[in-house]
Design a protein around this ligand. Structure first.
Ligand SMILES: CC(=O)N[C@H]1[C@@H](OP(=O)(O)OP(=O)(O)OC[C@H]2O[C@@H](n3ccc(=O)[nH]c3=O)[C@H](O)[C@@H]2O)O[C@H](CO)[C@@H](O)[C@@H]1O
Length: 365
């Protein structure tokens, strides 16, 4: 009983990978005998992060379509055809009962071939603005699990279910104490700690901001956990000290959240969902480089409920210092923001998505 097979595909950035891992973990809890296969894009983050989470992954040779004319674009049709063939073989061999797509280009070929073979497909869209892959796949999906109202403007209304974004349970349930986190980061448990998150790939502008403000942070007696991103690590790693810990990527986000008295973060959908669950005061600095400026919309939704502070990149030079000083010196502000953001959490998201997937499973196997 319950020997189901699930294929999951999504990736390119953590924002697409971790929801897929959270969904797989929930299904595994319900069906310990089930088998899981992830499909990602060769060379991208998922090829490393999915095996770390204990799942098998196969890689397709695919990239996104660039907006401008480039050699990469000329190769796109070749890569797409090759990926469709490979995805076809993977699906034919694995024979999943359900295919789950969490966005990002690798999920395109996989869900396309799965739906053509009559395998029920479920999509999960993290953002308030639908990604191109999910939009293309929407017609073929049985259900589309979303986190924001109004997603019917992108997807067929009868397929949309508002569930919220799945968050890895380890970030919430197993959240360690500040003591444990301090030992892990080699910092002092009693000292105020700022955690800086640049999104799964790191943020150039947030890194520059931090580098310019290390004097201020030191003056305020604050210690720092700084996730700068893999591509920026060489530039910033030497700034680490007894009170400043620089990371390319944080593998223990649970401990980073446990350590934080305040957070500076990009406003990716996953970051915002996690921050709501952990209920920490945050200054959101949305990336202006994403489709339809959706991170600003994610951040604005929090600001509207007095649940976070937002600073646009264009305001950093003029406002960051004053805003940061005020937050650092006001336990009341931190407490209020932390409480308000916690009210935005949707802690049942993963379970509700798994419920939707369950409805599509054959009853007897
Ligand atoms: C630049 C870009 O394209 N950003 C998009 C990307 O963001 P990005 O990939 O940054 O994703 P999110 O903020 O949604 O989620 C980041 C995920 O990575 C994890 N994490 C992050 C840093 C770290 O050191 N360790 C770690 O584990 C977080 O816990 C979280 O689970 O996908 C999001 C969800 O589709 C979008 O809303 C973002 O606009």
């Amino acid at each position: 009983m319950g020997n189901y097979r699930f294929i999951l595909s999504g990736g390119g950035t953590g924002g697409h990978i971790y929801p897929a891992i959270a969904i797989a973990n929930e299904l595994k809890k319900r069906y310990p005998d089930a088998r899981f296969l992830f499909v990602g894009a060769k060379g991208r983050m998922e090829m490393e992060k999915v095996p770390q989470a204990g799942y098998e992954i196969k890689g397709l040779w695919i990239t996104g379509l660039q907006r401008k004319l480039s050699l990469k674009n000329l190769m796109f049709p070749v890569k797409l055809i090759q990926s469709l063939i490979k995805a076809g073989n993977i699906v034919a061999e694995f024979k999943p009962h359900v295919a789950i797509g969490t966005g990002g280009f690798a999920s395109g070929p996989v869900l396309q071939v799965a739906s053509r073979k009559g395998i029920p497909c479920v999509l999960q869209e993290q953002n308030s603005f639908a990604g191109i892959t999910n939009k293309l796949l929407a017609k073929k999906a049985e259900k589309i699990c979303v986190a924001y109202d109004g997603m019917e403007k992108f997807f067929p209304a009868d397929k949309v279910v508002k569930t919220g974004n799945p968050v890895r349970e380890s970030l919430i349930r197993e959240a360690g104490s500040k003591q444990e986190a301090a030992a892990y980061f080699n910092l002092e448990a009693e000292r105020t700690t700022l955690v800086v998150l640049g999104g799964s790939l790191g943020s150039k502008r947030i890194n520059e901001l931090l580098a310019d403000n290390l004097g201020l942070i030191e003056e305020l007696g604050i210690q720092l956990v700084w996730q700068c991103g893999k591509g920026y690590y060489e530039t910033y790693k030497d700034l680490g000290t007894e009170h400043i810990k620089v990371y390319d990527f944080l593998n223990r986000m649970d401990l980073a959240y446990a350590m934080a008295d305040m957070i500076i973060s990009r406003a990716g959908a996953g970051a915002v969902s996690e921050l709501s669950l952990v209920g920490k005061p945050v200054i959101l600095i949305p990336s202006p480089h994403v489709a339809e400026d959706h991170q600003t919309k994610n951040a604005q939704a929090m600001v509207d409920k007095d649940a976070a502070i937002m600073l646009r990149e264009s305001e950093l030079d003029s406002r960051f210092e004053a805003v940061f000083r005020k937050l650092a010196s006001s336990p009341e502000d931190r407490h209020r923001l932390g409480n308000n953001i916690r009210k935005m959490a949707m802690p049942d998201a993963t379970r509700r998505i798994a419920d939707e997937i369950e409805k599509l499973l054959p009853t007897a196997i």
